[in-house]
Design a binder for this molecule. Structure first.
Ligand code: MF3
Ligand code: CO
Ligand code: CO
Length: 264
């Protein structure tokens, strides 16, 4: 039986607290999610279509005995989201072919024994311009700055502020319309994890809280729009966007990253 924190998140929802079985379940699911991105890494090359990347991820997860958690999620049909250049998130795999100089985020969420492992990385395709590389490197740094301070007593406002500080330093903007989320035996749960905020505010982290940290940084303005397909989210000013995502758990004295990639 899952326990709950006495705190609620910014949406007023109860926040689950998981025990050792939860950590074991998320470790397995997270490792497979990370392994999926490691598997796909050498395929992320000019000339491959986003549909083919998705097909390969789908096969990899199913061969490992997992179910891609995105298939059938609110009507989504694919095993991954593949977001190229100015696509911020939720890019639908299709005919688009990667070209030299592109940046592409691949986001996967296998379900293993009922647990959801959620992770994404932004890859560089061939030779990439300085600005794009700096955006991708900064987004990774921002995610890790948020994760590195997680321990009991840290607040979600601290996490958001740490992410925002890295983005600001490089004059990039943080997308506000999409957030990290609690996860476990469900894909999207409390708490809501904002990638901006004020230090010292918000939920005080407790051992057993599970959530994602998944900042999206734009080279231009923070505003996004969702295309008519209902998923594809792009920057309004068509500037480049990058994202990284880990699933994490708060431990007694720090943080466990459930989705550690081997290849980077
Ligand atoms: N993996 C995304 C996240 O990080 C959610 C994708 S939902 C989908 O929360 F339906 F678009 F796949
Ligand atoms: Co997520
Ligand atoms: Co994700």
């Amino acid at each position: 039986m899952t326990r709950f924190s006495s705190q609620t998140d910014s949406e007023g929802r109860r926040i689950p607290l998981y025990d050792a079985d939860g950590f074991a379940g998320m470790r397995k699911a997270g490792r497979l999610a990370a392994a999926t991105l490691d598997f796909i890494t050498p395929h992320v090359q000019a000339g491959i279509s986003t549909a083919e990347l998705d097909r390969l991820c789908d096969q990899f997860m199913r061969d490992a005995g997992a179910i891609p958690g995105t298939v059938g999620y609110h009507g989504y049909q694919h095993a991954s989201c593949v977001s190229v250049n100015h696509v911020v998130t939720h890019g639908i795999p299709g005919d688009k072919v990667l070209a030299d100089g592109d940046i592409v985020n691949i986001d996967v969420t296998p379900i293993v024994d009922g647990w959801f492992g959620d992770t994404s990385r932004t890859f560089l395709v061939g030779e990439v311009r300085t600005l794009a590389k700096r955006l991708v490197d900064t987004t990774f740094e921002a995610m890790m700055a948020g994760i590195d301070i997680i321990r009991p007593g840290t607040t979600l406002g601290d996490v958001g502020a740490a992410i925002e500080a890295v983005a600001r330093r490089e004059r990039f903007s943080v997308v506000r319309d999409f957030c990290g989320h609690g996860l476990g035996r469900v894909f999207h749960d409390a708490p809501l994890v904002m990638h901006y905020g004020k230090a010292g505010t918000g939920v005080v982290l407790e051992p057993g809280m599970f959530f994602t940290v998944e900042p999206m940084l734009n080279a231009g303005k923070a505003e996004v729009k969702i295309l008519a397909d209902g998923w594809t989210t792009v920057t309004r000013d068509r500037s480049l966007s990058a994202q990284f995502e880990h699933s994490v758990g708060v431990t007694e004295d720090g943080v466990e990253i459930f989705t550690p990639w081997a290849i980077s």
